[in-house]
Ligand binder design. Structure first.
Ligand code: SAH
Length: 348
């Protein structure tokens, strides 16, 4: 059983193995798995499972992960909803639900905190507390669906944490989310965002999944990237982009490069030209994010400069969009998710 103790993180096959190990009839595995697919949050809920078996599972250290709504904020501007979820050990993580024309998209967390140290990002300020289990990633979606009475159709792993720093649990999540009896969110509807962990990108490439990979680039030269993203010292831009090219070649999937535009740091026409040169000929897309205020030193350029930056990339043949800012009044935008310190804010 790979030491996985969270029942919600188990595959159907693993559940069968577990049930046999515990000397229970095979059909119990299907029962358990069905409950997990429905998003069960406790042993009590599983009325058709005998108490003795539940006790046996608990004695063997098995538990059912959940994410309970601890706080909730609703944007008055665009109805974006931000959640602060509490997990079984009182760790808290944030997630955001956004409404688009085609349905609801949810941004979930993969770790409590983050250890990547990007200077402009709030999630990393207190470091990493722990990795989330696959079940805890699923649970965030179950909880939002239940709370809002909606179906989430798209998921982005762009909340707190670095998904590829929690590789196995993330891949487990990707596989479980597609289950037809469960959330039924196929990999084509899931984006995984990384700050550029090259080892992880290579492992992901070998799995050849149908997800969208987003790479947070944010700078077009190593001197600038070194200053804002410590990960660049380990895997500089040329190494990262080589891994990206290999990823595209193997999977045939377009990569989305995220570029937070920061005034006086990476927003000049020369930066746009350097970026275009770096990405020339790649099957990719650039998503410009006007940087969101987290620390005073990082300020977003005026809209006109961001548009000019985008036009310059487009003129050089790079597919470019500027990300919409949602939930600005509830601090629900990229890089603003940080569980601590905001727990006492009013609930709307
Ligand atoms: N660790 C992953 C995913 C989480 S962050 C990653 O780094 O990609 C999701 C996106 O928000 C990343 O592109 C991240 O760089 C970006 N981001 C972080 N802080 C931001 C800020 N203050 N303004 C705009 N984007 C930010």
């Amino acid at each position: 059983m790979n030491g996985i103790k969270d029942l919600k993180s188990c595959s159907q096959e693993e559940m069968q193995e577990l049930v046999l190990q515990l000397g229970q009839p095979k059909f119990r595995a299907a029962q358990l798995f069905d409950w997990m697919c429905k998003g069960a949050e406790s042993f009590d809920e599983m009325k058709n499972v005998p108490a003795a078996f539940k006790t046996q599972l608990q004695n063997a250290g098995y538990f059912i992960s959940y994410a309970s709504v601890y706080r909730k904020w609703v944007s008055r501007i665009d109805k974006t909803v931000k959640y602060l979820f509490e997990l079984h050990d009182k760790e808290r993580v944030e997630a955001v639900v956004m409404q688009y024309k085609h349905g609801y998209s949810m941004c979930i967390s993969t770790q409590a905190g983050c250890r990547m140290g990007c200077r402009f990002c709030a999630s990393t300020i207190d470091g990493k507390q722990r990795d989330l289990t696959a079940g805890e990633m699923l649970s965030q979606i179950f909880a939002a669906q239940k709370d809002l009475n909606i179906r989430i159709s798209n998921v982005v792993l762009m909340g707190m944490g670095e998904p590829l720093d929690n590789f196995d649990n993330t891949v487990r999540f990707l596989k479980l989310a597609g289950n037809e009896k469960g959330l039924h969110i196929g990999m084509r509807h899931i984006s995984v965002s990384t700050c550029g962990l090259v080892e992880g990108i290579r492992r992901l490439k070998d799995l050849n999944l149908q997800i969208t990979l987003s790479v947070s680039l944010h700078a077009a030269d190593n001197a600038t990237r070194d200053q804002i993203m410590p990960v660049n010292k380990k895997w500089p831009i040329e190494v990262l982009l080589q891994a990206c090219r290999e990823y595209i070649e193997v999977t045939g999937r377009r990569i989305s490069f995220e570029y937070a535009v920061i005034k006086g740091v990476n927003d000049t026409p020369q930066d746009a030209d350097k970026l275009a040169d770096l990405l020339k000929g790649m099957l990719c897309h650039v998503n410009l994010i006007p940087v969101n205020p987290v620390k005073e030193e990082f300020v977003k350029p005026d809209r006109i400069y961001i548009e000019k930056f985008a036009d310059r990339l487009k003129n050089k043949g790079i597919n470019t969009t500027i990300r919409r800012t949602l939930g600005a009044d509830i601090q629900a935008s990229c890089g603003q998710l940080r569980a601590k310190d905001r727990t006492e804010t009013a609930v709307l």
